[in-house]
Design a protein around this ligand. Sequence first.
Ligand code: MV4
Length: 500
Amino acid sequence: MNKEITSILIANRGEIAVRIIRACHETGIRSVVVFSDVDRTAPHVLFADEAYHIGPAPSSQSYLVQDKLIEVAKKANVDAIHPGYGFLSENPSFARKVVEAGLIFIGPPASAIEKMGDKTTARKIMKQAGVPIVPGTVQPLTSVSDAHTSAGDIGFPLLIKAAGGGGGKGMRVVESENDLQGAFKAAQNEARSAFGDDRIYIEKFVRAPKHIEIQILADSHGNYVHLGERECSIQRRHQKIIEEAPSLAIDETIRNKMGEAAIKAAQACSYINAGTIEFLFDADRNFYFLEMNTRVQVEHPVTELITGIDIVKEQFAIASGKQLSFSQSDIQRNGHAIECRIYAEDPLNNFLPSIGTVERLQGPSGPGIREDRGIQQGNEISVYYDPMVSKLLAWGRTREEAIKRMERALHEYLIQGVITNIPACINVLRHPLFRDGSYTTHFMDSHFDPEELRKPENDEQTAVAIAAATMLHRQKKQPVVHKSKPENNNQWKYQQRQRE
Ligand code: MV4
């Protein structure tokens, strides 16, 4: 059953490629990467043992071309392919092709990806397995009259979702019977053009939920463990911004219940490898299965920091047929971890990506700080890929300590050439609803005002820290000039000036 892995092709780019390379190098595995035209000088190319050019910048001609990736895997004579997240990571045909080519896919079986990719199939499986799902239909609806019948059972408000979708695309809230027919037709059309699949279903609409997810690991010998929750309610348009663990809303009793439900969910689809079960968590502390992510997630380091488990190394071990080296009772959670995703985007321009060259980049470090980053000074933030620059993580013995460290690290962060959401992250961390843990998925829309970022007096600490950081790098060229008032009294303005 053991199939030794001595080399891996990483079918990805950016920070996750670097993350996987690091795990390779800690385990003596040869790391092979691929790169597009614009990624020639990207860190994943520089860090890997070998790198192969696979095509032009658009992912459709490079990182998404399945046959090219398998061809490189053969040429480089690797044992396995790690897909990372995004790109081909949740494409069951790719997982199948990899296996048919005689390679190990470092991820779940194609059948599990396929089942969980279809949202009504996933609901049906979870219902049968006794995992709580949001009240609603488990079959796609075929007609408006079907929808009326189901709506009668479920009640309003309800949410229309696309069976072939996920990630929030094609969802529609329906407040009353009058709106049902129109919403049904519109959702059907939207789903057809977005996914080429017009099957839709309905669920009871849960107002202002929290997003809580459980990390699981499953080996090929039938052992399952959960690593507890991450709370990911701070998001905008289904793009997560801040994640933390543990969640203030989850006590040990609920954690155990959700953990058991997550394991049942994984068992129900014969899952193997690392996976995440997403739940909605409502004001009455009910939890409902939402989706299963059949890949390593962006925010996996939050769990690594509080458990000490290296999730990527576990993925390698599982894929090579080893048993999990620990059981549920061995897993301990220690302290608190927070992740801020640093995006090159402009909160004052509707969060649009800030495209350009990263002229200067110096990440923070120091006690309790981890930064997973896939770009370096001189690289471009381009229109071709996700504008995430970096994942900044802070660990503390308490939540307070983790927050303080994160704020300190955000202040240390020096980046010039593109505008980032760093000031926005600082503002969220300081918000009373973040501090007391009562925030929900509505937080960014209801309580975050980008205009606040324009107020210099709002951000005295940022101003001081930025002035200090500016001086630090000026020291290289000229003596430090001490000023009683910082010259750049607002990080956003500072970033603006750098770009002009
Ligand atoms: C919901 C919901 C409320 N009620 N389903 C959004 C993404 C997709 N995975 C499912 N989503 C939601 N489903 C019911 N029945 C609210 C959301 C939702 C959400 C969920 C998780 C994280 C952030 C969110 C932001 C808005 C809406």
